[in-house]
Write a protein that binds this ligand. Structure first.
Ligand SMILES: C[S@@+](CC[C@H](N)C(=O)[O-])C[C@H]1O[C@@H](n2cnc3c(N)ncnc32)[C@H](O)[C@@H]1O
Ligand code: SF4
Length: 445
């Protein structure tokens, strides 16, 4: 047993000596720790404004898993009886009805829906049908362009996939993480590589427009040979898209507690190693004909690729977050729901929107938010910022852009900012350079 030293990551700003623990992936701006219940009225005000003619999406959090993976920081409840899940789904539909009657939402058609988790595929077919029927009663769903559903390999069943297709799922995303059984076990996963192969074959027999597989590089104990093999096997399956996450060690995970207690059989890998593995993965995917479309995603046919959930959300469009701890963004206001099942269900039962904390962004905050999120795509065109906000980002961000360009992380032209490959591999560490000074050194959550 070894007890590695693991300094905590106080903020998103890249320290000289990179630490091992803490969050990496930037999902929002300003960071979650700046959000507060005092901002919740801002969301209510935004919902009271007349409905705009812009895209609207739904994120639905389904917080149920068979077992908690050691590295996972998402809110999920383990092995819950069907009655608990049924009651939760009823609450989600009731929450949806609360939103549907708001002036800012009424009459709008949905552009996309994202069923995330947890493990959405742990639901039964009947539960999925009831949930989707309930959501469809509250929203115009017929013209919906994209419906994403997350799956875990063991819970993929033929009749369930048929149900997903029938309710209109277009984009299926499955968490593979690794093809090495020993590594999967060491990281607390319930599935084995053979489960992935079986599930993927079933998914391909059902007709989904887009199938994505998630991998994690730098899992605890991962060797270079194991990583290479995972990349080789994912390429052999030829999914439409591959997502690669660099393994984070967030503070609310078993992995973090084990690291701190010094009970792990091996030390977690450094960020340098994770970046090198991601780089190697991207190169192999490119060699196999894939195109890198963001800091995390490779796609087989870029001309056919759109990921509306990400595209619209990162461009500032509206998305309502439904379910316990769900995140939403509406009318320039970030919001997160109550973070325990009890508090969430109690608020909805009282007929209240179950919002725990929010953040109303100023116009400048919106510029920063959209720029940093879009930078994760590898290139940001600047004209839309001139047109929408009247700002020239080359001037607005002159200092951080020059500093990051001098370090070789990006290049700046009149019309766009483009990350270099080394910049893309560490993009989430660079983003805080563009933050307002008050948000630069605050905690992530
Ligand atoms: C909600 S899960 C996907 C669906 C399903 N629950 C599963 O795990 O197969 C979302 C994805 O987040 C990624 N993830 C979770 N914890 C992570 C961590 N600590 N570091 C990096 N990626 C992580 C995993 O790749 C996982 O597939
Ligand atoms: S990674 Fe997926 S299956 Fe594992 S605990 Fe997190 S949400 Fe559940």
């Amino acid at each position: 047993m070894i007890a590695p030293t693991v300094p905590d990551l106080p903020s998103q700003r890249a320290p000289v000596n990179e630490p091992v623990a803490g969050n990496y992936f930037v999902a929002a701006y300003p960071p979650f720790s700046a959000w507060d219940a005092a901002h919740s009225p801002g969301l209510h005000k935004a919902l009271e404004r007349p409905a705009p003619a812009t895209p609207l999406g739904l994120y639905i959090h389904l917080p149920f898993c068979q077992k908690k993976c050691d590295y996972c920081y998402y809110l999920s409840y383990i092995a819950q009886p069907a009655a608990v899940v049924d009651q939760y789904l009823e609450t989600v539909v009731r929450e949806c009805a609360l939103y549907a009657e708001q002036p800012g939402v009424k009459g709008r058609s949905l552009s996309f829906a994202y069923f995330g988790g947890g493990t959405p595929s742990s639901l039964s077919s009947t539960q999925v049908r009831q949930l989707v029927d309930g959501l469809r009663r509250e929203f115009f769903w017929d013209g919906i362009e994209e419906v994403t559903f997350e799956c875990a390999p063991r819970s993929v069943r033929p009749e369930f996939l048929e149900t997903l297709r029938e309710v209109g799922v277009t984009r299926l995303s499955m968490g593979v993480q690794s093809f090495d059984d020993e590594l999967l076990r060491l990281n607390g996963r319930v599935h084995l590589a053979e489960d992935v192969v079986r599930a993927y074959a079933l998914i391909r027999q059902t007709d989904f427009a887009w199938v994505n597989l998630d991998l994690m590089c730098g899992l605890l104990g991962e060797t270079e040979a194991q990583w290479r093999e995972s990349i080789r096997r994912v390429i052999a399956l030829a999914p439409d898209g591959v997502t690669i996450y660099q393994t984070e060690i967030p503070h609310n995970t078993q992995l973090y507690r084990d690291v701190k207690a010094g009970v792990l059989p091996v030390a977690p890998l450094s960020w340098d190693t994770k970046r090198a593995r991601l780089d190697e993965g991207f190169r192999e995917l490119e060699r196999a004909g894939y195109t890198i479309v963001s800091a995390y995603n490779a796609v087989k046919e870029p001309q056919r690729h759109r990921f509306l959930y990400q595209e619209y959300l990162w461009r500032g469009e509206d998305m309502l977050g439904l379910g316990v701890a769900a995140f939403g963004y509406f009318g320039g206001v970030h919001a997160q729901n109550e973070i325990t099942l009890e508090q969430y269900e109690a608020a909805v039962a009282r007929g209240e929107l179950p919002v725990k904390r929010a953040f109303k962004l100023s116009e400048h905050d919106q510029v920063v938010r959209e720029f940093v999120l879009q930078l994760k795509l590898g290139e940001v065109p600047l004209a839309p910022f001139r047109e929408r906000f009247g700002v020239d980002l080359g001037i607005e961000f002159a200092k951080p852009l020059q500093a990051l360009a001098a370090e070789g992380w990006l290049i700046v032209c009149r019309e766009f900012v483009r990350l270099t490959r080394p910049g893309l591999l560490r993009v989430d560490r660079l983003l805080s350079h563009f933050y307002d000074s008050q948000f630069q050194d605050i905690r992530y959550t």
